[in-house]
Design a protein around this ligand. Structure first.
Ligand code: NAP
Length: 458
């Protein structure tokens, strides 16, 4: 028998558990999937936007893995950091540990004013509307009329869309009740999303981009002059290589918006401005709060990048969301490549001083950086599990502990197992019913832990 701990129950952790129990070379692999939170599913629960029900429904297939007879969910157990179990001690309880801890923080912009009140990372906003228990429920008041979203990736599209949606559109989702109340009173009328390069280098995918144009209360505004600056905008001339399909589709959508005539009697009261060739250089301040963003105007440099043109533009905004990518965090006790925000590895085997460390593996964003769609984690996990199974003859029997959960409890931890998670699910359904809604997420630690242990009010 091989006893494996997977740290993290997001898609990469669950796909790792799945690959471990479905491979056929070693039939008796037992997997504990540990998570810092009492709830499973990582970014599928706390990152995928609430109005993306189809992606959210992936939880059903992740659930089937966590209910497998040789998989045990162990929530409310942090690994590494302040009160967390040090990786070294965890390694004493399991034959192998696979770290699937994702990219837990956001990339900084590194410009003046970034920390002003009213300037937030997109991660903070996403955590707030996703009811992450570490996010204060009163973090956002949405008193701003104008918001700037920096970055043109899918996270930027998510936060721009949530700002532009009405609360009525989000009521059927599991958005926590305090956030729904704030969204209902939102004064935001203009959302400006700004990319430092051109539309053909934007990172959003076409489906997500197109969705911005179908919001009932918002219209999308695109400046044709900014599209025209992009070398890929004009039809490719003879002899030029064809545009990648994604770029072509994105440009088609943007062109459609740029050329759309104004609708008479348009009752949509919000606008989403998609802006390009604007590199943020400073967040402006008034009365101690953010008041806008100063951008350097850029132009294509002919090599896929941009150069500054020496001119500047300011966009007024009382709320700024920085959506410039996630970043992996070092886990004390594990090696870390600070330049890439990942753990050094070879085919998933953690490298210490360039040498594979027996029994330590990585998968997901902490292995390859924060890129790709949820499904990308499946092949990533399979590669890591193939390495682990190849190493199995060296690993089996390394652990002296027949019952890691009992040891974790003896260390003063209070794991939440699958039954506890099911209690949280029931409590969220009950909470939703009391509000005349479907299941509604519990947004705080006391509420989650009370529900998990069935010994406290929701
Ligand atoms: P991302 O795709 O890497 O996009 C980051 C954006 O920030 C890019 O436009 C980038 O521009 C810009 N940026 C980076 N540094 C900047 C700086 N210093 N100043 C100005 N702009 C800067 O990251 P993401 O949006 O966080 O998404 C992460 C991953 O999650 C992606 O794989 C994404 O597809 C995925 N995701 C998917 C969905 C979905 O499928 N619905 C939803 C959310 C997230 P440059 O290109 O110029 O660097």
């Amino acid at each position: 028998m091989l006893r494996v701990a997977v740290v993290g129950s997001g898609p990469s952790g669950v796909y790792t558990a799945q690959a471990l129990v479905t491979q056929t070379l070693l039939p008796d692999v037992r997997v504990h999937v540990l998570d810092r939170l009492p709830c499973p599913y990582g970014l599928v629960r706390y990152g995928v936007a609430p109005d993306h029900e189809k992606i959210k429904s992936l939880q059903q297939s992740l659930r089937a893995v966590l209910e497998h007879e040789r998989v045990t969910f162990v929530g409310n157990v942090a690994v590494g950091g302040g009160d967390g179990v040090p990786p070294g001690r965890l390694g004493e309880l399991y034959d192998a540990v696979v770290y699937c801890v994702g990219a837990a923080t956001d990339r900084p912009l590194g410009i003046p004013g970034e920390d002003l009140p009213g300037s937030h990372s997109a991660t903070e906003f996403v955590s707030w509307y996703s009811a992450h228990p570490d996010a204060a429920t009163d973090l956002f008041a949405l008193r701003a009329r104008s918001a700037v979203v920096i970055g043109v990736g899918n996270v930027a599209v998510d936060v721009a869309r949530i700002l532009a949606r009405g609360a009525d559109e989000l009521r059927p989702t599991d958005v926590p009740q305090p956030a729904l109340g704030v969204l209902a009173g939102s004064r935001v009328r203009e959302v400006h999303m700004a990319g430092r390069r051109g539309p053909s280098q934007a990172r959003f995918t076409t489906k997500e981009l197109r969705e911005l144009g179908s919001l009932p209360g918002a219209r999308v505004v695109v400046d044709p002059a900014e599209l025209a600056l992009d070398p890929a905008y004009g039809d490719a001339g003879p002899g030029t290589p064809p545009l990648p399909a994604l770029v072509r589709r994105n440009l088609d959508v943007l062109r459609g918006w740029a050329s759309a005539p104004p609708r008479t009697g348009d009752s949509r009261h919000r606008t989403i401005g998609l802006r390009f060739f604007l590199r943020p250089v400073e967040l402006l301040e008034r009365d101690g709060r953010v008041a806008g963003v100063r951008f350097a105007r850029t132009a294509p440099d002919g090599n896929g990048g941009v150069r500054d043109t020496g001119t500047y533009e300011e966009i007024r905004a009382e709320l700024v969301l920085r959506a410039v990518g996630y970043r992996g965090m070092p886990l004390p006790g594990l090696p870390f490549d600070a330049a890439h925000g990942t753990v050094p590895h070879r085919a998933g085997r953690v490298l210490r001083d360039g040498v594979p460390s027996p029994g330590e593996y990585v998968a997901g964003w902490i292995k390859r950086g924060p890129t790709g769609v949820i499904g990308s984690n499946r092949s990533c996990a399979k590669e890591t599990v193939a390495s682990l199974i190849e190493d199995a003859p060296l690993l089996a029997g390394r652990t002296s502990s027949p019952d890691p959960l009992a040891v974790l409890r003896s260390w003063g931890l209070r794991p939440v197992e699958w039954d506890g998670w099911l209690s949280i699910e029931r409590a969220e359904a009950t909470l939703g019913r009391s509000l005349g809604r479907g299941p509604v997420k519990i947004p705080d630690w006391p509420g989650l832990m009370g529900a998990a242990h069935g010994d406290g009010p929701v």
